[in-house]
Design a binder for this molecule. Structure first.
Ligand code: PLP
Length: 411
């Protein structure tokens, strides 16, 4: 099947990390089905799945309530390109959950949501510059695919061919968790700064929690310079707390980007914030943004089926407890960093505070660990720079299986 895919699809995959090259495999896993905490490949092998489609599945694969809601919605029609009741209800659920969000617009991917939030921030401030942090990922938006050159905080260079330098020259890249570097960047570029965008818990360089004072400092820097603070909570939203990292750490951003869990495993994402800012969007305002499948009935049904169950605080107590048990199982084998239901086993003595620290990890050893676990029926992210995603489908049995698979890993 991979050979066939290679003939038809570039690299044989529809998203690069799936190819598993970073962990030294020649071919990716083809998944046939999932159930709870498990996936099954085309050859019929079963694995405990800690990737969970990279975060969306808080209740595990093929969750019955989600399936029932999607089937019921599908029978009434899969898309209308017109307003529906379910999208209003999903918006209400998001506004109720996420502290800083008064109005929200639904889109289809996290990339689209981040792109739109940046456009809105630029329009609202009438400025162009964006400050982002090395190692944070905000989808494959041109302006946000910038990597830092040498130095503390630098103008971004395109990190992919096909992106004009003109597009990333407004992007400033600064190291994560470095308040002084962010302050220096704002002192230098603050006048033209539209927004600081950050993953409030970084998940795309492995889990890197914000150090005490980092998010508060970003809030202060935005207030002082007139830039907007954008929290990219595509991973953290509904995961580290019902209201995301902004609830967990008590910091209020101006705009929030959501995705993954928000769509309950279907393609849905969102961006939201204060009404005064969100009302700049067309048709009420002049900032254009649109989508044929935005607020899609199947995706809103799945999102609602998941988000409605998150009002029960027991959900987050359980995720925290299971996360802690997973952390204890991983701890003998490397340096674990965890926030709630997201964790990374770093091949280093730690701590990992930023992207440079993450890049210094022993990725060959991580590859060996990945291959060992896969051979023992445990599927973790095929890259050191990703998270393990705990869901409510992961119980003691799955954690114990993982611990046992780890036990005889000698790297
Ligand atoms: C996954 C992710 C995105 C992009 O979302 P897609 O739906 O893959 O486009 C953006 N930001 C963060 C923090 C993410 O983890």
């Amino acid at each position: 099947m991979y050979r066939r895919a290679l003939e038809l699809i570039p690299g044989g995959v529809n998203s690069p990390v799936r190819a598993m090259r970073a962990v030294g495999l020649d071919e990716p896993l083809f998944v046939r089905r999932g159930e709870g905490a498990y996936i099954e490949d085309l050859d019929g092998n079963r694995y405990v799945d800690w990737v969970m489609s990279w975060g969306p599945l808080l209740f595990g694969h093929a969750d019955h309530e989600t399936i029932a809601a999607v089937v019921e919605a599908a029978e009434r029609g899969t898309t209308f390109g017109a307003p529906t009741e379910a999208e209003v209800e999903l918006a209400a659920e998001i506004v109720d959950a996420v502290p800083s969000v008064e109005k929200v617009r639904l889109v289809s991917s996290g990339t689209e949501a981040a792109m739109s939030a940046v456009r809105l921030a630029r329009a609202h401030t009438a400025r162009d510059r964006i400050l982002k942090f090395a190692g944070c990922y905000h989808g494959h938006v041109d302006a946000l695919l910038a990597s830092a050159g040498s130095g503390v905080a630098t103008l971004g260079l395109p990190s992919s061919p096909g992106i004009p330098t003109r597009v990333t020259e407004h992007t400033i890249v600064s190291p994560y968790n470095d308040v002084d570097a962010a302050a220096a960047a704002v002192a230098r570029y603050g006048e033209g700064l539209a927004a600081i965008i950050v993953e409030p818990v970084a998940g795309n360089m492995g889990v890197v929690p914000p150090e005490r004072g980092f998010l508060t400092a970003l809030r202060r820097l935005c207030d002082g310079s007139g830039a907007l603070l954008i929290f990219d909570e595509v991973i953290t939203g509904f995961r580290v707390a019902r209201g995301g990292a902004q609830e967990r750490f008590g910091i209020s951003p101006d705009l929030t980007v959501l995705g993954k869990i928000a769509g309950g495993g279907l393609p849905l994402a969102a961006f939201g914030g204060r009404s005064e800012i969100m009302d700049r969007l067309a048709p009420g305002g002049d900032v254009y943004q649109a989508g044929t499948l935005s607020g899609n009935p199947l995706a809103t049904a799945a999102g609602l089926a998941v988000l409605r169950r998150l009002r029960d605080p027991h959900v987050y107590d359980e995720l925290e407890a299971r996360g802690a048990r997973l952390e204890a199982a991983l701890a003998p084998h490397g340096h674990v960093q965890r926030v709630g239901a997201m964790a990374t086993l770093f091949m280093t003595d730690g701590p990992v505070r930023n992207f440079a620290d993450a890049q210094a990890c022993d990725t060959d050893r991580y590859g060996a660990l990945f291959r060992h676990l896969l051979a023992h029926g445990v599927y973790v992210a095929p890259s050191q720079f990703e998270c393990m995603f705990v869901s409510l489908a992961h119980g003691d049995e799955e954690i114990e299986r993982t611990a046992q698979a780890l036990a005889d890993f000698d790297g």
